[in-house]
Design a protein around this ligand. Structure first.
Ligand code: ADP
Ligand code: MG
Length: 727
C-alpha cells in the first residue's frame, strides 16, 4: 500500500509552534462555549450540530483548501478557469440592482488589485452592500468568465468571498500567506470564523490528543498520528500539494478516512463475533426428506447462480449460530424461489418461517406463489396484512401461535405485538431497503435467535454493501433465468402518444398485456396527468374495445387483490397504475410498459418499474414519455434508462447522482455513519479498513480495549457504534 505511506520528511511540526506560553491550556473535553471567539449564541449553534467540545470542533474538517500564497493577478485571469484573487473594493463600491417584483436583486461590485479590475455579480447578494465598501480587502474564489455584455471585461458570477483584515497580514494570519482551509459554514458561523476559532483552539491546546488507532496498524501503513493529522488538515504546510488536499488524498486525510471506516467496521465485526457466539437453531439439510421436499417444489431448473446461493444459505442453516445473510439480485433474477427453498428446509426441520414484504400487493402475490409452489408439500401457509377482516385475522393469529401455520407471509402487520410464533426458525425480509433497521430487528425478535435472510433488488455496489450491511454475509444472484429477451427502452415525447397507443394495441392483439403508469393518483395543480382521470379516458376513448383496469394505493385491499388477479389471468389487458406496482409484481405475459411523466421518477424507481416487464420469453418494451427538452439530472436519468438495463450500472449511476443517504431512502445509514469518509470515493480504504477491523476483532481482548479507548474519547462514536450494531 505504498501510496498511503505518510511522507514524514520535512513535516516534523510540533505542537509547540501552536503553544504560546501565556495562554490557558485547552483540553479535548473543554466545552466549546468557553473557547475564545465562541459566545453563548455560537455555542448553541455549534451544539445543534453535535459540536460540544473542543475535540468535536477539531473533528470538523475543511471540505476544501485555497492557495492563498500565490494569488492570481486580475490581469492574468483565464476565462473558464477557477482562480483565487486578492483585491480591494474599487472606488464607488458595489451597488444592488433590483428588477421587477419577484426577481431576485443582483449585487454588482468592482474590485481591483495592482494589475487591473474585475467585476463580480451576486444573485441574492443585496446583503453585501453594507459589507463591501470602498477599500475593503477581500479574497474571491470562483470561475473567471468573459462578461457577455462587455467584450474584453472579465467577471465572476457568485464567487465565494471572504473579507480580509486591513493592512499587512500578521505572521500568524489565518487568512492569507498559506494554504487556507475552507469549512462549510454552520448556521451563521462562516468558514472564516470557524477557521479562527479552530486556529485559536490549536494555539491553546494542551497537546494531549490520544490516538486510539492500534499502533501496529499505524506502523503498517505509516499513518501519521492523530495529532499530526489534525494539525495538518486544519493548517497544512505551505509546501503541501493543493490537489492532494482537495481530493482528500493527503496522508493526514487518508489516515482520518481510514480511521472512520475502521471503527465502524470494528463495530460490525464485533457484532458479528457476538452473533456467532449466539446459540442458533441448527437445521438438518442433508437428509433425504429435505432433498425430496426441495425437489418436489422446483417448478423449473434453477440457474447456476440460484444453486450457488441456495448452497450458501443451506450452509448457514446448518451452523450452530444464526444466519444473517443478504441476498442481492437484480429485478427478475429469481430470488423468490430461493427464499421458498430456504423456507422448505426450515419447515422440514419443524420450524416456522416468516416472510415480510413492503406492500400488500407484493405480500399477497408472494402468498399466492408460495401456495402454488409449496402445494405439493402440503405445508400450511397463511397471509397477514393490516386490512383483513377481524375474524380472519384472529384465526390466522391463533394458527401462528399454535404452530399450525408453517409459513406466514405478510406486510408490516407481521411485527405487530399480537403476532406470536411458536417456533420461528427463519425470518425473511423481501425488498429490505423498504424497511427500517428497527423493523427488521422487531421481526427477528419474534423468535429465539432465528435465521435471517434479507433480500434486495437494489443491486448495491459491493463497497456499499460492506459499509451498510457489513455484519451480513452477502450472496449475489448475478445471472438471469434463461430465455429472457432484453427489454427495449425508448424515450418518446407526448406528441407521439397516438403512435404509442397504436403500438400497445398491436401488442395486445398478439395476446400480450400492458402497464400504463402515472406518478399521481388524482388531478392536482401540478398539471400532471393522474391515474384516475387517465384511466377513464383510456378506457372510454383510446381503448374502448379492450379491458382496462385501474390500480392505486388508495383502493381497498380486496379491490387491489381483485384487480391484480384479473390482470394476472389476462382478464384485464391494460393495467393503469401508480407506483404501487413498483416492487415485486410478477406477470410474465405483460410485455409493454408505458411510463408517463417519466422525468418525474427517480432512476432506481424507473428501473424497478421496468423490472415488471421482460419476465417472460417474449420481447418487452418500455416506453418513457417525457419532454424532449428536459435537462440536467432528469435527462441523465432517462438516458441511463435507455442505454442500460443492468441494475448494477443503474445503481452506481443513481448513487453518484443522489448520494447514499437518499439512495437508500433513509438517512439513518450512510450519511450519518461518516462525517468525511465517502464510501464511493474511498472504497479502497474501506476494503483495507474492513480487513484490518475484522482481523482485530478475532482477538476479543484487544478489540474491546480499542472500543473502550474510543468510547472514553468520543461520545459521537458511541452513537455510531450503536447504529452499526443494530444494523
Ligand atoms: P425477483 O428476483 O425480482 O424477486 P422473481 O423471484 O419474482 O424475481 O422471479 C422472476 C420470474 O422469473 C418469475 O416469474 C419466476 O417464476 C421466474 N424464474 C425464476 N427463476 C427461474 C429459473 N431458474 N428458470 C425460469 N424461470 C425462473
Ligand atoms: Mg421479488
Amino acid at each position: 500500500m505504498c501510496c498511503w505511506h505518510f511522507r514524514s520528511t520535512g513535516n516534523k511540526r510540533s505542537l509547540s509552534r501552536y503553544h504560546p506560553s501565556t495562554s490557558m491550556a485547552i483540553a479535548l473535553s473543554s466545552p466549546v462555549k468557553f473557547l475564545r471567539g465562541v459566545g453563548p449564541q455560537r455555542a448553541a449553534t455549534l451544539e445543534e450540530r453535535g459540536i460540544v467540545t473542543a475535540g468535536d470542533l477539531l473533528a470538523y474538517l475543511p471540505f476544501r483548501y485555497e492557495d492563498r500564497i500565490r494569488f492570481t493577478k486580475i490581469a492574468e485571469l483565464i476565462p473558464g478557469e477557477t482562480h483565487t484573487v486578492l483585491a480591494e473594493v474599487a472606488p464607488g463600491g458595489g451597488s444592488t440592482i433590483r428588477f421587477a417584483r419577484g426577481r431576485a436583486p443582483i449585487f454588482h461590485v468592482t474590485v481591483r488589485d495592482g494589475s487591473g479590475s474585475l467585476h463580480a455579480r451576486f444573485f441574492h447578494g443585496a446583503y453585501l452592500e453594507k459589507q463591501l465598501k470602498e477599500g475593503r480587502r477581500i479574497v474571491l474564489y470562483g470561475k473567471a468568465e468573459a462578461d457577455p455584455h462587455r467584450p474584453g471585461r472579465i467577471e465572476m458570477v457568485n464567487p465565494q468571498i471572504e473579507m480580509i483584515g486591513s493592512g499587512e497580514a500578521p505572521s500568524d494570519s489565518t487568512e492569507v500567506g498559506r494554504i487556507v482551509p475552507i469549512y462549510e459554514a454552520i448556521g451563521g458561523i462562516s468558514s472564516r470564523m470557524l477557521r479562527r476559532i479552530i486556529y485559536s483552539v490549536l494555539n491553546q491546546f494542551d497537546g494531549n490528543l490520544p490516538d486510539p488507532l492500534p499502533e501496529e496498524i499505524r506502523e503498517r501503513y505509516r499513518f501519521p498520528t492523530r495529532r499530526e493529522s489534525m494539525l495538518y488538515v486544519h493548517f497544512p504546510p505551505k509546501n503541501e500539494n493543493l490537489e492532494l488536499l482537495n481530493t482528500f488524498r493527503s496522508p493526514a486525510q487518508i489516515r482520518l478516512v481510514f480511521e472512520e471506516f475502521f471503527y465502524y467496521q470494528l463495530a460490525l465485526a464485533l457484532r458479528r463475533e457476538s452473533d456467532h457466539r449466539q446459540r442458533g437453531i441448527t437445521m438438518r439439510v442433508r437428509e433425504d426428506r429435505v432433498r425430496e421436499a426441495l425437489k418436489r417444489i422446483l417448478p423449473f431448473k434453477p440457474t447456476a447462480a440460484q444453486k450457488r446461493v441456495l448452497a450458501e444459505i443451506a450452509g448457514d442453516l446448518e451452523k450452530p449460530y444464526p444466519m444473517h445473510r443478504l441476498l442481492e439480485g437484480d429485478v427478475g433474477s429469481g430470488k423468490t424461489i430461493v427464499a421458498l427453498e430456504a423456507a422448505t428446509i426450515v419447515i422440514e426441520n419443524g420450524y416456522q418461517v416468516a416472510l415480510m414484504a413492503p406492500t400488500e400487493i407484493l405480500a399477497s402475490q408472494h402468498f399466492l406463489s408460495a401456495r402454488r409452489i409449496l402445494g405439493p408439500t402440503g405445508y400450511h401457509a397463511d397471509l397477514l396484512v393490516s386490512g383483513q377482516k377481524r375474524a380472519e385475522r384472529e384465526s390466522v393469529l391463533a394458527r401462528v401461535e399454535s404452530g399450525e401455520t408453517q409459513l406466514l407471509v405478510g406486510t408490516h402487520a407481521l411485527i405487530e405485538e399480537a403476532v406470536k410464533f411458536r417456533r420461528l426458525g427463519l425470518a425473511i425480509v423481501d425488498e429490505q431497503h423498504r424497511f427500517g433497521v428497527l423493523q427488521r430487528k422487531r421481526l427477528i425478535e419474534k423468535g429465539a435467535s432465528p435465521h435471517v435472510l434479507v433480500m434486495t433488488a437494489t443491486p448495491i455496489p459491493r463497497t456499499l454493501a460492506l459499509t451498510l450491511y457489513g455484519d451480513l454475509d452477502l450472496s449475489v444472484i448475478d445471472e438471469m433465468p434463461p430465455g429472457r429477451t432484453p427489454i427495449e427502452t425508448r424515450w418518446t415525447s407526448e406528441a407521439q402518444l397516438a403512435g404509442v397507443w397504436e403500438f400497445v394495441r398491436r401488442e395486445i392483439a398478439r395476446g400480450r398485456q400492458a402497464f400504463v403508469l402515472y406518478p399521481v393518483i388524482e388531478e392536482s395543480k401540478q398539471e400532471l396527468k393522474a391515474a384516475t382521470a387517465e384511466y377513464e379516458r383510456l378506457a372510454k376513448t383510446v381503448f374502448p374495445k379492450l379491458r382496462v383496469g385501474l390500480l392505486h394505493g388508495r383502493l381497498k385491499n380486496e379491490e387491489k387483490d381483485a384487480v391484480m388477479d384479473r390482470f394476472r389471468r389476462n382478464e384485464l389487458q391494460i393495467l393503469v397504475a401508480t407506483t404501487v406496482v413498483e416492487v415485486g409484481v410478477d406477470v410474465p405475459n405483460a410485455t409493454v410498459m408505458v411510463i408517463e411523466h417519466a422525468d418525474r421518477f427517480g432512476l432506481a424507481q424507473l428501473h424497478q418499474l421496468r423490472g415488471r416487464i421482460g419476465r417472460g420469453s417474449e420481447k418487452s418494451y418500455c416506453i418513457l414519455v417525457a419532454p424532449r427538452n428536459i435537462k440536467g439530472d432528469a435527462e441523465d436519468r432517462i438516458k441511463a434508462m435507455v442505454t442500460t438495463s443492468n441494475g448494477f450500472e443503474i445503481a452506481e449511476h443513481d448513487l453518484k447522482q443522489r448520494g447514499p443517504g437518499e439512495f437508500f431512502g433513509t438517512r439513518q445509514h450512510g450519511d450519518a455513519a461518516f462525517s468525511f469518509a465517502q464510501p464511493l470515493r474511498d472504497h479502497e480504504l474501506l476494503e483495507i479498513a474492513r480487513r484490518e477491523a475484522f482481523a482485530l476483532a478475532e482477538n476479543q481482548d484487544k478489540a474491546q480495549e480499542i472500543v473502550a479507548r474510543l468510547e472514553s474519547m468520543s461520545p459521537a462514536w458511541q452513537k455510531r457504534y450503536h447504529l452499526a450494531s443494530i444494523g
